[in-house]
Design a protein around this ligand. Sequence first.
Ligand SMILES: C[S@@+](CC[C@H](N)C(=O)[O-])C[C@H]1O[C@@H](n2cnc3c(N)ncnc32)[C@H](O)[C@@H]1O
Length: 228
Amino acid sequence: MIQPSTFSTAAGDSTLAAVPAPLPLGELVAGPGEWEVEIGFGKGRYLLRRCREEGDRRFLGIEVAGEYHGIFVERARSQAPPNWLAIRGDALYLASAVLPAGFASALHVYFPDPWPKSRHHKRRLFDPQTVDLVLRLLRRGGRFSFATDFLDYGERVIEILAGYPGLRFERRDRPWDEGPRTNYEAKYEIEGRPILRLEGILEVDGREAPLHPLGARAVLAATWVDED
Ligand SMILES: C[S@@+](CC[C@H](N)C(=O)[O-])C[C@H]1O[C@@H](n2cnc3c(N)ncnc32)[C@H](O)[C@@H]1O
């Protein structure tokens, strides 16, 4: 059964049925400040640190696993200012139907599930058919950060991003200046596992962001299927 998305703030919880789409972000988290988004925040190590250290910014975290969402919400309610919104739900669904485009000044995706089987590639956050849903959250000039230990997937993400109009990005050849950002990164660094990191900037507004040329072809192909 598909569960309705849960929207949690410092003030309480609500469900998608109670919150209209596109999401009224300013009503859910009051106050000024640019928005940063983290997709698949896990136990929320990075998101929590940023919320605590930067009370003049606002943070939206999306996590599909209820247990991890709950861990973050409990910690954020006791340890952080009320500058965050944590949604338990599927990021691709939320990005396509619920979240406004072009609202975020930064997007973070660390160690996303690689979905190695080819029939599952459409579930990847970075596939030609999904990449525009994710990147459209950024405003013009918004920054994008990514890391994976699944190097084949990382190389594929580089190919996909290289074919995406309006994004400038580069491979980062060293760890983040502040050390490991997330739990997975900390664990993999101790194990000595190679990590592929990317940083980029969206040079168009997410509201005008194009489809990936390969993804757009798939959309057209789907439109042309004759069911009769
Ligand atoms: C490998 S873990 C990485 C967690 C964290 N980013 C880290 O680096 O420690 C991937 C996380 O992404 C979440 N996730 C996977 N698919 C998702 C989706 N479609 N929407 C939101 N979260 C998702 C998983 O539940 C999991 O917590």
